[in-house]
Design a protein around this ligand. Structure first.
Ligand code: HXC
Length: 264
């Protein structure tokens, strides 16, 4: 695993890892280097997924998760460079979805523009009381480009998403929770990271194969009609009956003992 990254850090502790964007002076703004390093890191995590059961994605420092794409870098981009920049960030967002274990976005402070978009590509979002969300791109003469025009509607409904994207207004954590963007709110960043680790611990007591299958079926179904999605669900439901974990989980229930899952 390459750990020689300059703008991100990856720390593994047991079965879980914490990935942080680390450009604190620019409030962790996403430039091309951050995205290139995230892409390399997430590709490596995907290829070596057997070592991990969960990932926390956060931003360095106390002020920001990610204050958006780097406006200074974007200001001189050609249309072609801007297109490539959007695709690079979108590739990163898809890699979060493709990881075969859960990813929790831990948001403290600003999660604006590209920051909100990257948080939305994780499985779910935890936040602190200081978290502030928004898609302010139209205030800069831009539109969201790392998935915001697509994922926000799916998470909070089309009308809520349009109101937020057209106004570019900021959303405090209570409203973000009410909208369903945020799942749990914590008093401090430390509490949030501890809470996310506890949640990953609870998840990893379950069958890793069942969790990763549920993740991929839910993500695939997001882009399908209900009838198509149900077909995908039934196919994977049948396939999981060939697994060790399914036999172990159901036997453990009937034998009134704790299941010992292997993830296969
Ligand atoms: C580059 C940024 C930045 C950003 C903050 N900084 N956000 N640099 N890109 N998105 C830098 C500031 O320039 C400043 O650098 C330092 O971080 C600290 O920020 P301040 O503005 O001094 O802090 P504060 O007054 O507390 O204000 C915080 C803030 C503000 C409200 C978050 O920084 C802000 O409005 N940032 C931009 C938020 C935004 O519009 N994001 C969406 C971007 S568009 P110096 O050198 O002066 O200390 C986007 C598109 C995604 O994300 C899709 C792309 C394809």
């Amino acid at each position: 695993m390459n750990t020689k990254f300059e703008t991100i850090t990856l720390e593994q502790s047991g079965d879980f890892a914490t990935l942080s964007v680390s450009r604190e002076k620019s409030l962790n703004a996403l430039n091309a280097q951050v995205h290139t390093e995230l892409k390399e890191c997430l590709t490596q995590l995907k290829e070596n997924a057997d070592n991990l059961r969960g990932l926390i994605f956060t931003g360095a420092g106390d002020k920001a998760f990610i204050a958006g794409a780097d406006i200074v870098e974007m200001s001189s981009m050609t249309p072609e460079q801007a297109f490539n920049f959007a695709v690079l960030g979108q590739d990163v967002s898809l890699l979060f979805e493709e990881l075969p274990f859960p990813v929790i976005a831990c948001v403290n402070g600003f999660a604006l523009g590209g920051g909100c978009e990257m948080a939305m590509s994780c499985d779910f979002i935890y936040a602190t009381e200081t978290a502030l969300f928004g898609q302010p791109e139209v205030k800069l003469g831009l539109i969201p480009g790392f998935g915001g025009t697509q994922r926000l509607s799916k998470l909070i409904g089309r009308n809520n998403a349009k109101e937020l994207i057209y106004t570019g207004r900021n959303v405090k954590v209570d409203e973000a929770k009410q909208l369903g963007l945020v799942v749990k709110v914590f008093a401090t960043k430390e509490d949030m990271l501890e809470g996310a680790t506890k949640t990953l611990g609870k998840i990893s007591a379950n069958s890793p194969l069942a969790v990763s299958t549920a993740k991929s079926v839910m993500n695939e179904g997001n882009d399908l009609t209900i009838a198509e999605g149900l077909k995908v669900e039934a196919k994977h439901f049948g396939e999981i009956f060939t697994s060790y974990d399914m036999k172990e989980g159901t036997s453990a229930f009937t034998e009134k003992r704790k299941a010992n899952f292997k993830g296969e």
